[in-house]
Ligand binder design. Sequence first.
Ligand code: ATP
Ligand code: MG
Length: 189
Amino acid sequence: MPDPPERQRLPEKPRHGLVVVVTGEGKGKTTSCLGMSVRAVGYGMKVVMIQFIKGSLHYGELDGAKRLAPEFELLPMGKGFVGIRGDSLPFEAHREAAREALAEARERMLSGKYDIVILDEVNVALHLGLLDLADVLSLIRERPQNVHLILSGRHAHEEVIRLAHMVSEVRSVKHPFDAGIEAEKGIDY
Ligand code: ATP
Ligand code: MG
C-alpha cells in the first residue's frame, strides 16, 4: 500500500501571545524554556532564545539547538559569571553585554520573524543591576500581540511578574549539589 500523502502543514502562529515568567530557586527554568522550544518547533514555529550572563561556558543546548535549526536559534550574549568564580571583567563590561542582548531581543521581537522570544536569565541580569527595570518593562509592553515572550531566571522582579500572563516558580525540594554531587552533563548543563 502506498504511503499516505504527506499532510501539508503550515507553520502555526500564536493565537494569544503570552508573557511567561519562569523563576524560583529550583532547577528547571532554562530547561523549561528549551522544552517549550522543542514543542513549538514541532508546529513549525520560529523561536529565538537570547541568553543573558551565559556566554563563556559550554552547555549541551548550544549543540542541541543546532538540531532544531533553522526554526530555533540560540544566542548566548553574556560574558559569564558576574563578580564570582574568577570573574575578572569590569561590571561595566557585563552591563554593556546585557544591554546589547536586550536591544537584540527587542529587535527580534519586533521583526515579525519570531513566534516565541525567550530571554534566558534576564531576571538575574535585572536583579544584578546589569539592566534597568524601565528598559525591561518597556520591552514587555512593546511585545506584539502575536508573539510569546518568555523571561527566565531566579529573582524575577515583582513588576515583571505583574505584567506577565503566566508565572511559574520552581521550588527546590532537593538538589544533589547539597549532597556534594557536582553538576551532571545532560541534566545540569
Ligand atoms: P536548568 O538550566 O538545569 O533548567 P535552571 O535554569 O533552573 O536550571 P539556573 O539558576 O539557571 O537554574 O542554574 C543553572 C545551574 O544551576 C543548573 O546546573 C542547575 O542544576 C543548578 N542549580 C539550580 N538550582 C540549584 C540549587 N538549588 N542548588 C544548586 N544548584 C542548582
Ligand atoms: Mg537557568
